[in-house]
Ligand binder design. Structure first.
Ligand code: AMP
Ligand code: FE
Ligand code: FE
Ligand code: ZN
Length: 283
């Protein structure tokens, strides 16, 4: 049986792998296909597509967008998106600017707490356009200001901790629309982590295509629960490891085994969405 991993991060957001390493790891774990889903970025997609093609592995371009509904943070995965779509790229550039400003604000808070970190040190370490809290955590560890990433999050960066800064978020509807107009399939990421099941019917009404049932942090019972929900709401089923490379100890790629049939259904939906866009442009 063939398996896929549809939730991976690279060094273009808060992961550590580059395109070649992602393809090599996918091969090592005998995955038939992978999707790259960097936070607020599609920059790694062309290179990873090439590396996967050379390694004989299927590739799905994707991204993971942060959204919000009634104060609940939601992550929306966009799959099979046109990574050159101008509206998508414009919005992503905006989210990246928000992320960079947020790093400066978090560093200013750390400085107020007499933690001598500079924003430049974070940017130099992140070397990407979509920096986030993991990069601040890594910079704190690299400067000897925290002993571990966990300590950095626990002391400073977790929600409501002293250096945490809230991030601007679009609405769930806006995220779904952004993905759809770029020809993509919109999937709710790791619902078991956000514990906001009440949001799902609203998202379904707004056009949600699928739900990430298989995820590293979903227990068997949680997976079963979302498989049942997917069935009830006629949603696609997806899954992935949410691997961030070497950033959190052991790499997770390949540890969540998603049967290939789910990718086939996802691709079929993507073809339908693209056809709808063509029809709309023609008429
Ligand atoms: P941001 O997008 O800047 O808010 O950062 C969110 C990212 O930080 C998530 O995607 C995870 O990769 C990481 N993260 C969140 N909470 C923790 C934590 N407690 N320990 C380590 N990493 C975390
Ligand atoms: Fe992340
Ligand atoms: Fe996420
Ligand atoms: Zn993720």
């Amino acid at each position: 049986m063939a398996f896929v991993d549809l939730h991976l991060h690279s060094r273009f957001s808060d992961g550590t792998y580059g395109p070649e390493e992602l393809a090599a790891q996918a091969r090592r774990h005998e995955l038939a296909a992978i999707a790259l889903t960097d936070h607020d970025s599609v920059e790694g997609c062309p290179g990873t597509a090439q590396a996967c093609a050379a390694a004989g592995i299927g590739f799905i371009p994707g991204t993971e967008l942060t959204a919000e509904h009634d104060g609940n943070e939601l992550h929306i995965l966009g799959y099979c998106i046109d990574t050159r779509n101008s509206r998508l790229l414009k919005q992503i550039a905006r989210f990246q600017a928000v992320r960079q400003n947020r790093i400066r604000e978090m560093v200013a808070r750390l400085n107020q707490l007499k933690v001598p970190l500079s924003a430049e040190a974070v940017f130099a370490l992140a070397k990407c356009r979509a920096p986030g809290r993991p990069h601040v955590a890594r910079a704190l560890v690299a400067a000897g200001l925290c002993a571990s990433l966990d300590e950095a999050f626990e002391r400073f960066l977790k929600k409501n901790r002293p250096a945490w800064v809230p991030k601007f978020k679009m609405s769930g509807e806006e995220a779904l629309d952004l993905v759809h107009q770029a020809g993509g399939v919109a999937v709710l990421a790791h619902p078991g982590l956000n514990r906001a099941d009440q949001v799902i019917p609203h998202l379904v009404e707004a056009g949600l295509d699928g739900i990430e049932c298989f995820h590293t942090k979903h227990s068997t019972a949680t997976t079963e629960h979302y498989l049942e929900m997917a069935d009830r709401f006629h949603l696609l089923v997806t899954g992935g490891s949410d691997c961030h490379g070497m950033s959190k100890g052991k790499p997770l790629i390949g540890t969540v085994k998603v049967p290939y049939q789910h990718l086939e259904q996802l691709k079929a939906r993507a073809a339908e969405i693209k056809q709808l866009i063509v029809t709309r442009v023609d008429s």
